[in-house]
Design a binder for this molecule. Sequence first.
Ligand code: EPZ
Length: 419
Amino acid sequence: MRKYRVRGGNRICGALGIGGAKNAALPILAAVLLSEGESVIHNCPNIADIDSSIEILRHLGCRVDFVQNTLTVNNPGPTTTELPTELVSKMRSSILFMGALLGRCREVTIASPGGCQIGSRPIDLHLKGLRKMGAVINEENGLMYAKAEALKGTQIYLKEVSVGATENLILAAVLAQGETTLLNAAREPEIVDLARFLKSMGAVIHGAGTSTVRITGVKKLRGTTHRVMPDRIVAGTFLLAAAMTLGDLTLTGINPHDIKAITANLRAMGCTIKEKPASVRLRAPRQLIAIPHFITEAHPGFPTDMQPTFVAALSTAKGTSVVEERVFESRAAHATELIRMGANIVVTSDERVIVIKGRPHLHGATVHSKDLRGGAALILAGLAAQAETLVLDNGYIERGYESLPENLTKIGGDVILQP
Ligand code: EPZ
């Protein structure tokens, strides 16, 4: 159990550089399996989910060095196609190794990834698309055995916009025979970054970042060098920390275009935002203003991963806010913990609508993080609360935030990870 001790009352001020995006680096690490030889990946975040991916790559026979956010991977060709269940069950995004191993080796054995606190997180769209490309997938005792004589390009309509399914099918299609067209594909910037990486390996991909992605299979891919895009969710998290504490924060190494939906909501809450090509500056108002209503949706809409931290910020805003979580079916666990800190929040029984009546202050408490972004929300609430908050966390926060206490301390926060 990790214990984050947060003392409220300090303003978050100054400047901070933003590191690489977890949700771009994870599919890129799976994509490494598609080529032989060496790939070098810069600006890779040093977080627990990356460590898990590195363990999977080593299990598959790759040599991996990870020094100061640069990953060097030598892939002589997978020595096995069986993914270790204990690693797969730790991290849902390991499902992306399924598409990569099928694409490279035409077979894979992988445990069905668990859901987690934010919803059931099915993978029916992944399996339907892979089967349509020619994979035979049998599920038995919680394991999936997938095999394909050949993967053939085809047209696949995704009935739900799914980031993971879009990425998995791209990974399976780049070495397939012929052309694959993904319709109703997800448009997240992390998918564009994955496509950038694959194209630098020699893949032929058009339309990444739009809802129609066309992949023309090639025979082989080669190792490459790539710099991971900045993490837009980490950037949004720090901007909110400043917004909640009367702060003034400049983030560097971030593309303002990637966080348009986030900064639009921050402006609606009364923040002043100044954008430059690779930096964003936020100045907080004397008191945040509620947002009457907003929804979470696929990119370019407001990102679901910013919902928990915005709920924390709106807990101290003037007025009532209504947030509708439209992507995941149970992403409101942070509400009960925020209520323990004095927040006035009501969640509908289906956990899809969160009503927040802002209050001038929250007070410190001992609270439990239930998932990655919910944990970050509790730390932010602690920064804005009076006195001291203890966030008890089962390793969720470090899965997605590199050195969060150190970075918050650098910009005025009083946060330590207790030994
Ligand atoms: C990715 O998860 C991200 N994770 C999530 O970030 C993010 O919240 C999510 O996309 C949405 O943006 C990574 O990139 C590693 P989805 P993913 O498939 O791919 C339904 C974080 O905090 N669905 O886009 O799992 C699903 O239930 C994490 O960094 C199906 O029905 O999300 C959900 O309602 C949390 N069938 C919706 O689609 C499927 O086969 C969107 O899920 C797949 C998904």
